[in-house]
Design a protein around this ligand. Structure first.
Ligand SMILES: Cc1ncc(COP(=O)(O)O)c(C=O)c1O
Length: 372
């Protein structure tokens, strides 16, 4: 065995010993309480048909984009789509990225410079952390949703300062005090960046647009792989920010542009989102039903969330795993989220609710949980 092979084996052995070994699971036929397909778009026959019709309508669309946007991969369709999506969210401009991961990485690695400051909520998504790590700026995290902690970091900030939050947190499902955070960032001359990955869908144009804060939030990240049921992402902001990213964002510059099929899918998903009142109401009803039917007891606590992400904290990896197993054996696809993915003591099961979950399935879920 070479030294590299020895290293790989020892790390994998260590993972197995700690019970945190990750494996890819095949698809299953359990009831979906796990995916990010909040409105059912990924499985929508209407979306499938409209994408097929859109592709048919554009025989000039190539199978692959053939290159990066700055070389052979740019098409008018992509630029028009960026304008349409920006208009949907009421932002001046947008730039497409191949994924939300790429978007956060590309923004945070390129914009904050040496001598600048990035302040991240401690529960921010890994893609924002990785982007900040790639930057030469100073990096701080503040306690989750804690204004005092944020202000303490803002006081230490130097240079241009960027505060990064999510409008619905992916692991807790909760929403930060956005108005308060915004007034703090204004007080200290910082720029607020909001990742709306889990908010678009529950709110058709995201929470920042619902709150009418587009003029004050410096940049927004929207991902297409969750409620929109597709893949990819966009960064929304000023025209100047878009031009900057085209010039400096390495995860935009050095990658093959999305294919025409992918763009057509995103375009039609936005069309469907504009006509998804029924699905959004069903999702909201299911969130209400779940919250009304679940009563936390001595065994677990429920994290305060009005979103499609509901978390039951069981405080140990073993209990979280055991509970997920019980639910899976009852036919419900619920996954355990273990430490170190979440801080020790907050190990949980994470339940994703959808427009298409039935009352029967939701009741089965809450009955089992309540009887634990
Ligand atoms: C808050 C947040 N931001 C960004 C991402 C990354 O998006 P994508 O899956 O499109 O790479 C995710 C999804 O995993 C997320 O939950």
């Amino acid at each position: 065995m070479t030294s590299a092979e020895k290293y790989i084996k020892s790390k994998l052995d260590e993972r197995r010993r700690s019970g945190l070994y990750r494996t890819l699971k095949p698809e299953n036929s359990l009831v979906d309480f796990c995916s990010n397909d909040y409105l059912g778009f990924a499985r929508s026959p209407i979306l499938r048909q409209s994408i097929a019709a859109e592709v048919q309508k554009h025989p000039e669309g190539l199978n692959g984009s053939t290159g990066s946007r700055l070389l052979s991969g740019n098409i008018t369709y992509a630029e028009n789509l960026e304008k349409e999506i920006a208009a949907h969210h009421q932002y001046p401009a947008g730039l497409l990225f191949n994924s939300g991961y790429d978007a956060n990485l590309g923004l945070l690695s390129s914009l904050p410079q040496r001598g600048d400051t990035i302040i991240l909520d401690e529960l921010i998504h890994a893609s924002a952390i990785d982007g900040a790590r790639l930057s030469y700026a100073n990096r701080y995290s503040f306690r989750h949703n804690d204004m005092e902690s944020l202000e303490a970091k803002l006081k230490q900030a130097k240079g241009n300062c960027y505060v990064v939050i999510e409008s619905i947190y992916s692991m807790d499902g909760d929403t930060p005090p956005i108005a308060g955070i915004l007034s703090l960032t204004k007080k200290y001359g910082a720029h607020l960046i909001v990742d709306e990955a889990h908010a678009v869908g529950l709110y058709p144009a995201g929470l920042i647009s619902k709150l009418g804060l587009q003029n004050e939030v410096f940049a927004v990240i929207v991902t297409f792989g969750k409620a929109l049921g597709c893949h990819g992402a966009i960064i929304l902001g000023s025209n100047q920010l878009r031009e900057y990213l085209i010039n400096f964002s390495r995860s935009f510059i050095y990658t093959t542009a999305p294919s025409f099929h992918q763009l057509a899918a995103v375009k039609m998903a936005y069309w469907l989102l504009s006509n998804a009142d029924r699905e959004i109401i069903s999702l909201k009803n299911n969130i209400d039903l779940f919250k009304n039917q679940i009563s936390p007891n001595n065994t677990f606590t429920l994290i305060n969330s009005d979103s499609a992400i509901q978390c039951i904290v069981l405080k140990s990896n073993d209990k979280a795993r055991e509970t997920a197993n019980i639910l899976q054996n009852a036919g419900l696809d619920v996954r355990a989220i273990l430490s170190p993915t979440v801080p020790p003591g907050t190990e949980r099961i994470r339940i994703c609710l959808h427009a298409y979950n039935t009352t029967h399935d939701l009741t089965l879920l809450t009955d089992i949980l309540t009887s634990l």
